[in-house]
Design a protein around this ligand. Structure first.
Ligand SMILES: NC(=O)c1ccc[n+]([C@@H]2O[C@H](COP(=O)([O-])OP(=O)(O)OC[C@H]3O[C@@H](n4cnc5c(N)ncnc54)[C@H](OP(=O)(O)O)[C@@H]3O)[C@@H](O)[C@H]2O)c1
Length: 317
């Protein structure tokens, strides 16, 4: 038995000590992403981020694939994952709490006009500004899964009006619920700040585009709709977001994710004064927490217990 660890862009020394202490006494193999095609028949579990398409042929006896993050698009889009193979996504309190912090921070930043205060400070201007209250602002969260439901609770606690949209109807205290494509327009029409916490799937691909953004409420107290995307960049069309930020369709945006990551150096997004960029860091997966999660699941699966948080391959998340 052996576990394989394959993390695009990272070094073995960042991950392997964590695996060696969490699963002592077994073989740990680091995949160097160097095009190696040698077969690894002893591997029974693999922990991956951004695997090469060839990997799954090499680990023909693997029993489950663990994503080292909440999203699994980086695995499913490799296009070569056998249909029967369980793909497990990462769910952890630490990750979820970090997303709640990011969403709250961005919503508050827009509510409290932080960029204006920042500009005033730089210009040495002491000038109070009108301040709408949180309870006058309607935040709509797309995706009411682990991240979205938690973030909804955080925003409610701050005092925002919160609504949520997901594939299936939910019940979250104090949150106005919308479900399915048939209710998307009504959800958007009552949203001042849109928070996207959707996974990237064939159904969510390029969902956020010009036509979509024009459906957001324009009568809110913030003076125009605001987009916060911390789900996946492929859920939006970057060029159309850019246009919306320039022509006033959007007042502002906080973007943690982009269609192309890292965001290329010549991208006009970098210099847009109404766009707040973070480098896909809204909710960072703490290495020791992710490894402990995978190691515990491997131990219990070997003991005959079912895997938790297995992705529905049909839905893609
Ligand atoms: N930027 C970052 O640092 C970062 C960190 C972690 C995660 N993420 C992203 O956040 C995403 C969400 O994470 P999660 O743990 O909350 O996932 P999750 O628990 O699987 O929740 C996904 C939510 O999206 C909804 N959804 C999916 N497809 C939909 C569709 N076509 N129409 C309407 N709703 C749809 C689901 O609806 P149902 O509830 O009805 O199934 C569910 O509410 C991840 O996939 C990842 O892409 C980003």
């Amino acid at each position: 038995m052996a576990v394989l660890v394959s993390v695009k862009g990272d070094k073995a020394e960042d991950w392997m000590p964590h695996f060696e202490s969490a699963l002592p006494g077994e073989t740990h193999i680091w995949d160097s992403h160097d095009g190696d095609v040698s077969l690894l028949p002893d591997v029974d579990y693999a922990m991956v981020w951004g695997p090469q398409a060839s990997l799954f042929k090499r680990i023909a006896n693997v029993k489950a694939i663990f994503s080292l993050g909440a999203g699994v698009d980086h695995i499913l889009n490799a296009g070569t994952v056998p249909a029967h193979l369980p793909v497990v996504r990462y769910v952890g309190d630490d990750l979820t709490a970090r997303m709640g912090e990011y969403v709250a921070m961005q919503c508050l930043m827009h509510l409290r006009q932080h960029s204006l205060m920042d500009a005033q400070q730089k210009a040495g201007i002491w000038q109070q500004q009108p301040q709408p209250a949180a309870n006058e602002v309607r935040v709509g969260i797309m995706g009411l899964g682990v991240m979205g439901a938690h973030s909804a609770g955080v925003l409610k606690a701050i005092g925002f009006q919160v609504a949520g949209w997901s594939r299936s109807a939910k019940h979250i205290d104090g949150v106005k619920i919308f479900a399915g494509m048939e209710n998307l327009d009504a959800f958007l029409a009552g949203t001042d700040i849109l928070v996207c916490l959707l996974p990237h799937t064939p159904d969510t691909f390029h969902l956020i585009n010009t036509i979509f953004l024009k459906k957001l409420a324009r009568n809110g107290v913030l003076g125009g709709p605001i987009l916060i995307n911390a789900g996946r960049g492929k859920c939006q069309i970057d060029a159309e977001i850019l246009e919306a930020l320039t022509d006033g369709t959007l007042k502002a945006a906080s973007l943690d994710v982009f269609e192309t990551e890292p965001l290329p150096a010549p991208s006009p997004f970098w210099s847009l004064p109404n766009c707040f960029i973070t480098p896909h860091a809204a909710a960072w997966s703490d290495r020791s927490a992710v490894v402990a999660y995978a190691a515990n699941q491997i131990k219990s699966h070997r003991a005959g217990l079912p895997l938790l948080n297995v992705v529905d391959r049909q839905r893609g998340y």
